[in-house]
Structure formats: structure tokens, C-alpha cells
Ligand binder design. Structure first.
Ligand SMILES: *[C@@H]1O[C@H](CO)[C@@H](O)[C@H](O)[C@H]1NC(C)=O
Ligand SMILES: *[C@@H]1O[C@H](CO)[C@@H](O)[C@H](O)[C@H]1NC(C)=O
Ligand SMILES: *[C@@H]1O[C@H](CO)[C@@H](O)[C@H](O)[C@H]1NC(C)=O
Ligand SMILES: *[C@@H]1O[C@H](CO)[C@@H](O)[C@H](O)[C@H]1NC(C)=O
Ligand SMILES: *[C@@H]1O[C@H](CO)[C@@H](O)[C@H](O)[C@H]1NC(C)=O
Ligand SMILES: *[C@@H]1O[C@H](CO)[C@@H](O)[C@H](O)[C@H]1NC(C)=O
Ligand SMILES: *[C@@H]1O[C@H](CO)[C@@H](O)[C@H](O)[C@H]1NC(C)=O
Length: 295
């Protein structure tokens, strides 16, 4: 706790020093890019004469409603935009293709009333965290999203995306946290998702998938959270789930899973919560549930 405090204090001081030394002046072409971004988003009030960067410290877990974060520590360079956070700002434009013109942008979080789809220009970015959740986006999940291989976090939840999950998403090899919940996604999960071996959290709830929960979930060895509530899945719970030794939270409720609970769950050493309500599972409650005092 105290070392965290010292660290925060240190980061604050470093930020203050940078403020003094560099006056937070943003690279001129990035000012223009930000104004273009604002226009595309339908955001009013930004202009060339104001300090568009609010901060030099990234908020934890994308938690900021209205902030542009810059990094002013590039030696001999002006500040560069590294994060844009605009949530609950009632923006009703589209996802801004102009973010392509912000070469240092790593974090983008936009939850408003934005419509349309993810622009192809975004495939050229080096984004690491991307949330376009809670908007009014429509159409298929574009395959070119799979080209932003720097992504470790991707969230498109609570939109109106439809169609199948493109196999190209399997190219996001650095992905740790993926949320596709609350859309109109259909079809089976593509086997290419096997490649997402770094996944720690996966959320697919509230969709209209078909077919089984695939056996290839066995390749997601780092997975600690798997949430597929009301995903539409049928068939048995794959027994390979028992290979997920890091799994703590499992929610497979409100699907149409049938068959009996696998008896060989000994590998689920970390399991803390398991929800299987509202399926068509049959057979006895296996011993391991009694032994583990899991509900
Ligand atoms: C950041 O700057 C914008 C534009 O000036 C302003 O609207 C917003 O309130 C600021 N946000 C914070 C967290 O300071
Ligand atoms: C800011 O840029 C410097 C120089 O490239 C880099 O070392 C540092 O990690 C960056 N900070 C953040 C928060 O991205
Ligand atoms: C998944 O990995 C395999 C083997 O490395 C590779 O051949 C395949 O193209 C990858 N799929 C995607 C969608 O990246
Ligand atoms: C992963 O994403 C979900 C949904 O946005 C979020 O609730 C969760 O906190 C994220 N986990 C981490 C470790 O960032
Ligand atoms: C889900 O799919 C089934 C059959 O494929 C269809 O009958 C149902 O209307 C769909 N539900 C939604 C919410 O799209
Ligand atoms: C499980 O989690 C631990 C610590 O959280 C980590 O060191 C390990 O690499 C993870 N993966 C597996 C497969 O155990
Ligand atoms: C599960 O449901 C499918 C049809 O969706 C059926 O073919 C299969 O026999 C069922 N399995 C069990 C064990 O009830």
C-alpha cells in the first residue's frame, strides 16, 4: 500500500516536472487530428486555442469519462496523444477514422451513441486497449480488426453487431481481455480463436451463437474468467474445460447445454464461482462439487 503511494507520488512529481519543462505543448499535426476526431464524433467545444491534453497519467482500467492523455516524455519532442477517453458525453457521430493520424495513440475508450462500424483506417493503428462498448454500432465485426495485433484489451459489448465472429480475430495474439457480450452475433466460434493463447478474460454473454462451446477452449490456458450467459450454445459442456487450471469464474447459465457434468474436473483448481443455471443438464451432481464446496 505504502509503496503504491510512493510510486503514485513519484509519478505525480515526474508529471509535474514535465509540465514545467515542456509546457504540455501538443504536436501541431496532432492538434489538427484531434479536431478532426471531434468533428467525426459530433463533439462540440474543442478548438485550436485550448489545451486539449488534460493529463499525462493514464487512468487505470480505462476509467475516465472525459480526458485526453498525452505523453510529454519523448526527448526533444512535443507532447503526443496516447489516450482518448470520452464516455457518456452524448456524442452521436461515428467512430472517428482520424485517430489514424495520432501515431502514438494506445488507448481509446468511447461509450456514447455512436453509430456505423469500425473504420478500416483503424487497422493501421497501434492501439493496445480499445473499448467501443455501449454505442449503437451495427454491421459485422470487421475482419481488419484482426490486424491491430498490438491489442491486449478489446471490448465491443452492448452494440448491435451481427453476423459471425471473423476468424481473423485469431490474429490478435496479444489479447488478454475480450468482451463481445450484448450483440446479435450468430454462428459458431471460429477455430482460429485457438490462437488467442494469452486470453485471461473472455465474455460472450447475450448473443445468439449456435453449436457447441468448442473443445478448443483448452488452448486458453491462462483463462481466469469465462462468461457465456445466454450465449445460445447447445450440446455438452466440453470436458476439456477441466484443463483450465487458472479458471476462477465460470458462467455458462441460460444456454441450452445438455448432457451431464463431466466428472473429471480435478484440473479446475482455482475455480471460485460457477453458474450453470437454466440449461438442460442431466445426471448426478459429481463428487468434486461436494468436495470443493463450490456453489
Ligand atoms: C478535459 O478537457 C476537456 C476539454 O477542455 C474538458 O471538457 C473536460 O472536462 C476535461 N476533463 C477533465 C477530467 O479534466
Ligand atoms: C512516454 O514516452 C516515453 C518515451 O518514449 C516512454 O519511455 C514512456 O514509457 C511513455 N509513457 C507512457 C505512459 O506511455
Ligand atoms: C493461427 O496460428 C496458426 C499457427 O501459428 C497459423 O497458421 C494461423 O494462420 C493462425 N490463424 C490466425 C487467424 O492468425
Ligand atoms: C476485462 O474487461 C471487462 C469488461 O470490460 C472488465 O470488466 C474487466 O475488469 C477487465 N479486466 C481487466 C483485468 O482489465
Ligand atoms: C436467435 O436464433 C434463433 C434461431 O437461429 C432465432 O429463432 C431467434 O429469433 C434468434 N434470436 C435473436 C434475439 O436474434
Ligand atoms: C496461472 O496464473 C499464474 C499466476 O496468476 C501464472 O503464473 C500462470 O502462468 C498462469 N497460467 C497457468 C497455465 O497456470
Ligand atoms: C443434446 O441435444 C442435442 C440436440 O440439440 C441432441 O442431439 C443430443 O442427443 C442431446 N444430448 C443429450 C446427452 O441429451
Amino acid at each position: 500500500m505504502s509503496s503504491l503511494l510512493v510510486l503514485m507520488l513519484l509519478m505525480f512529481c515526474m508529471g509535474a516536472i514535465n509540465l514545467e519543462a515542456q509546457d504540455l505543448s501538443l504536436a501541431p499535426d496532432e492538434v489538427e487530428a484531434l479536431l478532426e476526431v471531434a468533428t467525426q464524433l459530433g463533439k462540440k467545444g474543442w478548438n485550436r486555442n485550448m489545451k486539449l491534453c488534460n493529463d499525462t497519467i493514464l487512468p487505470p482500467k480505462l476509467e475516465a469519462d472525459n480526458k485526453v492523455v498525452c505523453n510529454c516524455s519523448f526527448p526533444g519532442e512535443p507532447c503526443h496523444v496516447i489516450g482518448i477517453y470520452l464516455k457518456r458525453q452524448d456524442l452521436d457521430g461515428t467512430l472517428p477514422k482520424a485517430i489514424e493520424k495520432l501515431p502514438h495513440l494506445k488507448h481509446l475508450s468511447l461509450a456514447n451513441y455512436l453509430s456505423g462500424n469500425i473504420p478500416p483506417e483503424w487497422a493501421n493503428t497501434k492501439l493496445e486497449t480499445l473499448s467501443v462498448g455501449v454505442n449503437r454500432l451495427t454491421g459485422k465485426i470487421p475482419s481488419y480488426l484482426g490486424r491491430i495485433t498490438t491489442l491486449s484489451y478489446l471490448n465491443i459489448q452492448d452494440n448491435m453487431f451481427s453476423g459471425t465472429v471473423p476468424p481473423e480475430l485469431g490474429g490478435l495474439v496479444n489479447l488478454e481481455n475480450l468482451t463481445l457480450s450484448g450483440n446479435y452475433l450468430t454462428g459458431e466460434l471460429p477455430p482460429a480463436l485457438t490462437n488467442l493463447t494469452g486470453l485471461k478474460e473472455l465474455r460472450l454473454s447475450g448473443n445468439n451463437f449456435t453449436g457447441r462451446i468448442p473443445d478448443f477452449i483448452r488452448s486458453w490456458k491462462q483463462l481466469d474468467t469465462l462468461e457465456i450467459q445466454a450465449g445460445g450454445f447447445t450440446g455438452p459442456i466440453p470436458s476439456s474445460i477441466s484443463l483450465l487450471t487458472n479458471l476462477t469464474d465460470l458462467d455458462l447459465s441460460f444456454n441450452r447445454l445438455n448432457g451431464s457434468l463431466p466428472t473429471n474436473y480435478d484440473g479446475l483448481k482455482s475455480l471460485e464461482k460457477m453458474y450453470l443455471t437454466r440449461n438442460m443438464l442431466t445426471g448426478p451432481i459429481p463428487d468434486w462439487i461436494d468436495k470443493r464446496d463450490t456453489r
